[in-house]
Design a binder for this molecule. Sequence first.
Ligand SMILES: [Zn+2]
Length: 301
Amino acid sequence: MLYKPLMKPAELVLLEFLNTRMNLSPADKQNYFNLKKGYEGETMFAGLTEKLQCECLILNDLLLEFNGSKFQIDSLILLQKLFYLNEVKNFEDDCYFENKRFYLSNGTERRDPLLQLERCTSLLRQLLHSLKINTPIESRVVFMNPLFTLYQAPRTEQIIFPNQVNRYLNKLNMISSKLNEGHKRLAEKLISLHINESPYSRLPSYKYENLRKWFTCALCTSFSISVQGKMCICGDCNHKETVEAAVLRSVKEYRMLFPDRKITTNGIYEWCGMVVSKKRISRILGKNFNIVGVHQWAYYE
Ligand SMILES: [Zn+2]
């Protein structure tokens, strides 16, 4: 049973907005693509674990801390007498192990996923001990991408290759498990300990003035949007959206990118590319938000 669903990380959502509206540096672009790929892998794995039939609680994407050390768990599956911790990777390159180190095919050393897993498992075990829980933890690195190859892989059941994922989950399904209130309490406790980190410190710096204003397509993020009557139409993929929905989506984006800015008719009018009249923007805002203040000092919440 899914207990904590996977959510798109705010950092990724914001990077998506920025990637559309400004030129990211090559390093920021790389970071954006890595995050995006990682999230896609986690989504695939979460989709598969959701179908587990055994009695279990699934917690996705936990950021926890023990003794000042933070650790990230991609997927934790609580069974009656055993917990499965899964580190999900969506690598699609050729990689190899040599002298207990992990490399890309071009010889660049990469963070060893097995070491990462070991650290994470140890911290989770200590955290559980502090909660008086001694259930054993099995941990796995799950590689989701069928394009991934690992040469000289150590022979360990801790690594699950893409062609083994289904077998692995089938094995979990066979484990007999009866959950009780204690498991639920633990799941609740872990969720309450989850740290929500502010994504803003990790973003590249950006300024309102430097971001491109206009409607973007909800499907393909293109700026080729024309407004025809009540509809916004994408010139690239032909996706249609009502002006109201497009304005509200733009407001959401504006709010996330600039949490300190107030939502005003003028502000949103400009953010949407000054293509929809202020009167119409004001009507849409008035219908969907509460107005605070009057005349030129009015803003929406
Ligand atoms: Zn489009």
